[in-house]
Ligand binder design. Structure first.
Ligand code: SAM
Length: 332
């Protein structure tokens, strides 16, 4: 040994990342966290209630304890605090859909070396396929990801007390921004542009949150849908810019500029990297996800957003980190 202080620990963790995703994914898919929360606290009880083999249950519980998502106290298993909050079905904070979605996608990562060589995504169901059914799985899975940004933007822009504002959410997905903002401002109304089936998901979601009567949808491709002229006070473009080319982002920002009333604000939420591409870690790593899954996507720099928004006619642009890995970009 050379006496180096360096350890291969982090390399080993990254190399076995699929093990962690596999164990966590199996736990979610077999509702282990939900059974634990309901009181099944031994290997036998989990095996019985989840309908799993004894050998499989033993390995799965060992793995979940090893990963820290399940705790073993006095011979009894229980959820860790974060598993109890985020992995129990039926809770409003349930994030198991996100785990299951990425679990199903895991095999694609073995194509990473080829994709890096060619620059051509492994996915054929890329973001630019019209009415891609992928979105119907993804959108419910990522709903909670945007909550910190929606709450933070609402506070920054004083949306609760903004009166009868009109919101335009482009690629609004589940309708999470509308659900949150319309609930806090009873005079506000909102329009979402998205594919037909996704708009159906959002209509049901906003209805569940008792704001469906002030939520409207426009079905179609946002590259071609007309956003209107001086009709809206707030525009939203959340987790979309990373799938688009620079030219398409500029074109969409121009449509937002025209659609917003004077003084209106465009709210962009995305994984934004530093200008020198030195961080933050999650947006840097997410760039590989875009390489695998899209033909043109990437994570874009603050300077990219500044240049595109300037070109589209926005002159007041600010960047705001959120409690999630996403950054809010506010443009007027
Ligand atoms: C990553 S999701 C983001 C959803 C939501 N804005 C959020 O932050 O949770 C991307 C959304 O954009 C929609 N979308 C993608 N390309 C589109 C296009 N060309 N026209 C209309 N909608 C599109 C998808 O259907 C999906 O709802």
């Amino acid at each position: 040994m050379n006496g180096s202080q360096l350890s291969p620990e982090r390399i080993m963790q990254a190399a076995t990342g699929a093990w962690a995703a596999g164990i966590l994914g199996a736990g979610v898919i077999h509702s282990v966290f939900t059974h634990l929360e309901s009181g099944a606290d031994t290997r036998e009880a989990i095996s019985d209630s989840a309908g799993l083999s004894a050998r499989g249950t033993n390995a799965l519980l060992d793995g979940l304890v090893g990963l820290g998502f399940v705790e073993l106290v006095d011979g009894r298993y229980r959820n860790s605090p974060e598993a109890s909050e985020f992995l129990v079905e039926g809770k409003p904070t349930y994030t198991g859909g996100f785990v299951a979605f990425h679990f199903a996608d895991m095999a694609r990562w073995s194509g990473m070396p080829d994709v890096v060589r060619t620059g051509v995504p492994i996915a054929t169901d890329t973001a630019d396929v019209p009415d891609n059914p992928l979105w119907e799985d993804l959108v419910p899975a990522i709903t909670l990801l945007s909550v910190p940004s929606a709450l933070y933007a609402a506070e920054k822009l004083g949306l609760a007390d903004a009166g009868p504002i009109s919101i335009l959410d482009v690629g609004g997905g589940s309708g999470i921004y509308s659900a949150i903002w319309l609930a806090m401002n009873h005079q506000a109304r909102s329009t979402q542009v998205d594919w037909t089936k996704v708009n159906g998901i959002a209509a049901a979601f906003t209805a569940e949150h008792d704001v469906g009567d002030r939520f409207h949808t426009v079905d179609g491709d946002f590259h071609t849908v007309d956003f209107g002229t001086a009709e809206h006070d707030i525009g939203v473009y959340s987790h979309i810019a990373h799938q688009e080319t620079p030219d398409d982002n500029v074109a969409v920002f121009r449509k937002f500029r025209r659609a917003l009333r004077p003084g209106g604000t465009l709210v962009i939420n995305d994984f934004v990297v530093n200008d020198d591409r030195s961080g933050p870690p999650f947006p840097l790593i997410f760039c590989s996800m875009m390489l695998l899954q899209t033909r043109h996507g990437a994570t874009w720099r603050e300077d990219d957003y500044r240049a595109w928004l300037d070109e589209a006619g926005f002159d007041d642009v600010s960047f705001h980190p959120t409690p999630s890995p996403a950054t809010l970009v506010l443009a007027r």
